[in-house]
Ligand binder design. Sequence first.
Ligand SMILES: [Zn+2]
Length: 272
Amino acid sequence: MPELPEVEVTRQSLLPVVHHAVIKQLIVRQAQLRWLIPSKQLSKVLKNAEILSISRRGKYLLFEVANGFFLIHLGMSGHLKFLSSPSPLDKHDHVEFIFDTDARLRYYDPRRFGAVLWLGQHPFEHPLLAHLGCEPLSSAFNAKYLFEKCRKSKLAIKTFLMDQKIVVGIGNIYASESLFLAGIHPLKPAHQLSEQECKLLVHAAKKILKKAIAQGGTTLKDFAHTDGKPGYFSHSLQVYGKAEVPCAKCNQPIIQLRINQRSSYFCEYCQQ
Ligand SMILES: [Zn+2]
């Protein structure tokens, strides 16, 4: 599943090629994604619209045009492909933005859990965006903020960290990795974390997300000119998906445990 770093790398890769591009036509081949694509409305508002910016809020990409904003979410298996000229379609290429240069942006999504929606002029009032927590890479996500929020919750810290109302974009993979780096047990109740532990955890989450974005930026350097699938940084993970593999710090086997129905990985020696 694309997580925050993959979405941010997608944004950074697309921006240079679609910034100021003018949409000539929108083609929706399959409107039934997670929510029905408002094809008629989108086609109308996007005709001859210039893309003014692409920003990201959590895992949502926000494309700005003169009339307002449209949103793209990659869901479980979505991927955006930029093509400088027409090429054969894949059966999962559900949406196509055709630019006046004949270049095109295709939304590919085999499982169809993603979204393409029109948000209008006030994107942050939309129900999908209105209640999101702070951005993990912003200064608003700091030890003081996390400690204040943690004090009020008895949830396991791993589950708590994945709550999008607290902080956005930390999914299962990066929650496991951040807790390992910070040396905190994933089942520790949030309200038992000290301010120092919150500091370590914030630092770890930012470090891991930044590293993943930087690595994505390297491996996906030619992303905008290819239709290859992006790599999801599995090479840099320390604990996620590594049950029984020796811990990189202490050599004891990594433990796998289900927490809140999600596979979780940790080292019981390094994370006490
Ligand atoms: Zn260990």
